[in-house]
Design a protein around this ligand. Structure first.
Ligand SMILES: [Fe+2]
Ligand SMILES: [Fe+2]
Length: 268
């Protein structure tokens, strides 16, 4: 069944935290490890508008169904970052606009100029089938984000954090539903889309956030959330989801990325 975009458009909203008492974090602060993960997570969430910039120079921008979704998606992701920033603020951590700006500036000439230009050119060469690759990457990244929040909930066992992250997860699930339905439909229709996407997953996919964060931070977050016993199950689950997309079986992209970052994943 295809995704009900009209319903999504009407119901997209800032994640609701009106009933959350952020002072709970003063009484029961989060662990240092959780804080470090939340920094990484909010950097990713608040960078969504920049990922969007890089996607609007591709054939995805010619499809009004895709851009309607991306408009709402960007809005919701913005608020995910904002809410996480509020948690960090209670812990007296750097957060908000100065932090977002420093992340953007740290991308330098490569991230701010070379990446959008090369993405624009490569996508133009591929043409319409590029959208299948974009949708597939979107699906993998939403699966990863959902799983990462779930794992942080499990590790931290903090009632207020759980409430907030579960609400974020609900929105990530809707993003995932859109990306997955579009990816599946487009991959089913085109062998070329399957080949291009397979190539891109194998050669270009990297854990969400790894392109904008310092390597040690990515390694820490991957290790904390996806390493060891508990993480092994998640890595396997993520790779099995990719396996089920038309023409994308047997890639093990997530397991390979863990290895590339030196993360030891326990056999599930
Ligand atoms: Fe998000
Ligand atoms: Fe999302």
């Amino acid at each position: 069944m295809s995704f009900d975009l009209d319903h999504y458009k009407q119901t997209a909203k800032a994640v609701d935290v009106d009933d959350i008492d952020f002072d709970d974090f003063r009484d029961q602060p989060l662990s240092d490890d959780a804080i470090r993960c939340l920094h990484y997570m909010t950097d990713v969430e608040t960078h969504t508008v920049c990922y969007l910039r890089d996607l609007l120079v591709t054939p995805s921008h010619q499809n009004p169904r895709i851009t309607a979704f991306l408009t709402m998606w960007n809005f919701e992701e913005y608020w995910h970052g904002d809410v996480i920033d509020r948690i960090l603020a209670v812990h007296h951590e750097v957060n908000g606009l100065p932090r977002h700006r420093s992340v953007r500036l740290s991308q330098g000439f490569k991230g701010n100029v070379v990446t959008p230009i090369t993405q624009c050119l490569a996508a133009a060469v591929v043409g319409e089938d590029f959208i299948a690759t974009h949708m597939t990457f979107g699906a993998v990244n939403e699966w990863s984000a959902h799983a990462a929040y779930g794992r942080l909930i499990e590790l931290e066992r903090h009632a207020t954090l759980t409430k907030i992250l579960q609400r974020i997860q609900q929105q990530e699930s809707r993003h995932l539903a859109f990306y997955m339905s579009e990816a599946r439909e487009r991959l089913e229709k085109s062998r070329k889309a399957q080949r291009v996407t397979r190539f891109a997953l194998r050669r270009l996919w990297a854990p969400v956030g790894s392109s904008i964060s310092p390597k040690p931070e990515t390694r820490f977050v991957l290790n904390h959330l996806l390493g060891g016993e508990g993480g092994g199950k998640i890595v396997k689950m993520l790779d099995s989801k990719v396996d089920k997309l038309p023409g994308q079986e047997g890639l093990s992209v997530v397991a390979k990325a863990m290895k590339a970052f030196g993360v030891r994943v326990a056999a599930a």
